[in-house]
Design a protein around this ligand. Structure first.
Ligand code: ATP
Ligand code: MG
Length: 412
């Protein structure tokens, strides 16, 4: 691509994350090209090219499963002639074309503003990014506060890239973050959702979470969970979240699938527990309280992060199924095992052990239940005297067991 553009008389450079990652000896996951050709000129050179974007017009050139993003050099200064629009200090359209130096200074971090040139195999550096990559420093180009106000998502990018690259955030770049954190509440919820997935499902979830906390961004992203974590004095919920994120990182490292539904079930579990406790304290029946708490937490959260229904519904199911693991009633046991969300809910139960050891018996029972055949399981349930009752049995069953066992704690 770079050669084709060059042969057509244009300047063309590999830029951004790919150059940075290559300098660090990492494998770039995507490639971006910057050029002085306009999107239309790029399109005329490549058959496999689509023009996309309004806020930010780009050419996508498709090679099999790879998409290479080709962006025309942009300038930050607007003399009014170009297509640039700022609302309340925020960029809503950014299509003013400029020189390579102009393009460099409007990028976010110095480590992201390096250009690899094929004509002499050099790296062009207009912002000091080369030294910052060597020193492993994230440094915002220009005045940090202005740059964050232009695009608050840059605060998250600072955290995400620092976590991924194991960089330090330079003090001047870090200082405004806790102060400007509330601006994230005004960022586009769909963009925040994408950013969350990149941050937590790319193998650096633990590092990202710890940095979000350290830089005061957790409360802006997940307000109710952050509040619940703060008020959980034993730190049990935080332990569970960190354990879950560590598992996620291990899965990514092993190339195993990870799911946004499970991730958000984990991140919002503290909020759910808190909402549930509140509703039950008002005397609401357990099942009703669970549904209400799940709905309320979801409804509040999507105002900041646009969690699509296809993820929020399974997330809620993972929560609601947690209350079913106590049952040993035959029909219910088999029904739960057949639930398409059983495995995710069971994995979640296992994770809850990080917060409380009161789940050990349930974990053991359901682990065995998965390993045994249907007949074995049936026989096992018979033996414990829990089998063969009708659908209305569980309530009776529980009452009977309670009378035998110690009195349940108040409010149970
Ligand atoms: P990743 O490893 O996640 O791909 P990246 O730096 O390549 O990291 P991209 O989102 O692919 O991130 O962006 C490509 C490049 O575009 C960045 O390296 C940066 O130069 C520029 N860029 C991206 N987002 C912004 C932003 N919000 N403000 C300014 N420049 C940005
Ligand atoms: Mg990239």
């Amino acid at each position: 691509m770079l050669y084709r553009l060059r042969e057509a008389g244009f300047g063309a450079y590999l830029v951004g994350g790919a150059v940075r990652d290559l300098l660090l000896g990492m494998h770039p996951k995507d490639f971006d090209v910057a050029t002085d050709a306009t999107p239309e000129q790029v399109k005329s050179l490549f058959r496999n090219c689509r023009l996309i974007g309004r806020r930010f017009r780009l050419a996508h050139v498709v090679y099999g499963r790879e998409i290479i993003e080709v962006a025309t050099f942009r300038a930050n200064v607007d003399d009014g002639s170009g297509d640039r629009e700022v609302e309340d200090g925020r960029l809503v359209r950014d299509n003013v074309y400029g020189t390579i130096e102009d393009d460099a200074v409007r990028r976010d971090f110095t480590c992201n503003a390096l250009y690899y040139a094929i004509e002499d195999f050099s790296v062009r550096d207009y912002t000091g990014g080369f030294e910052d990559v060597q020193a492993k420093v994230m440094r915002l180009i220009g005045d940090p506060e202005t740059r964050y106000r232009e695009d608050p998502v840059r605060m998250l990018r600072a955290i995400r890239l620092a976590a991924k690259l194991d960089f330090e955030i330079e003090p001047g770049t870090a200082a405004p973050i806790p102060v400007l954190a509330p601006l994230l509440g005004e960022a586009a919820p769909a963009r925040l959702f994408e950013e969350m997935l990149k941050m937590f499902l790319s193998g650096h979830a633990v590092a990202s979470f710890e940095r979000l906390e350290a830089h005061g961004l957790l409360g802006a992203l997940l307000p109710e969970s952050a509040a619940a974590l703060r008020s959980n004095r034993t730190g049990a919920l935080r332990r569970m979240v960190l354990q879950g994120l560590a598992n996620t990182d291990a899965r990514v490292a092993a190339d195993e699938p990870v799911s946004p539904a499970f991730l958000f079930a984990l991140l919002l579990w503290p909020a759910y527990c808190r909402a549930l406790a509140g509703l039950q304290a008002q005397g609401m029946h357990a099942e009703e309280a669970q549904r209400r708490a799940a709905d309320r937490v979801t409804l509040h959260q999507v105002q900041t992060i646009a969690l699509p229904k296809r993820f929020s519904l399974p997330m809620q199911e993972i929560w609601l199924l947690q209350s079913r693991f106590g049952s040993r009633q035959r029909k219910r046991v088999f029904r739960l095992l057949a639930n398409p969300r059983f495995r995710a809910a069971y994995d979640f139960l296992v994770l809850r052990q990080a917060a409380s050891d009161s789940h050990a018996a349930d974990v053991e029972f359901w682990k065995q239940a998965q390993l045994s055949s249907g007949d074995e399981l049936s026989a096992n349930l018979e033996a414990t005297g829990a089998a063969g009752e009708g659908d209305d049995a569980p309530a009776r069953k529980r009452r009977r067991r309670r009378r035998r066992g110690p009195a349940p704690a108040a409010g149970e």
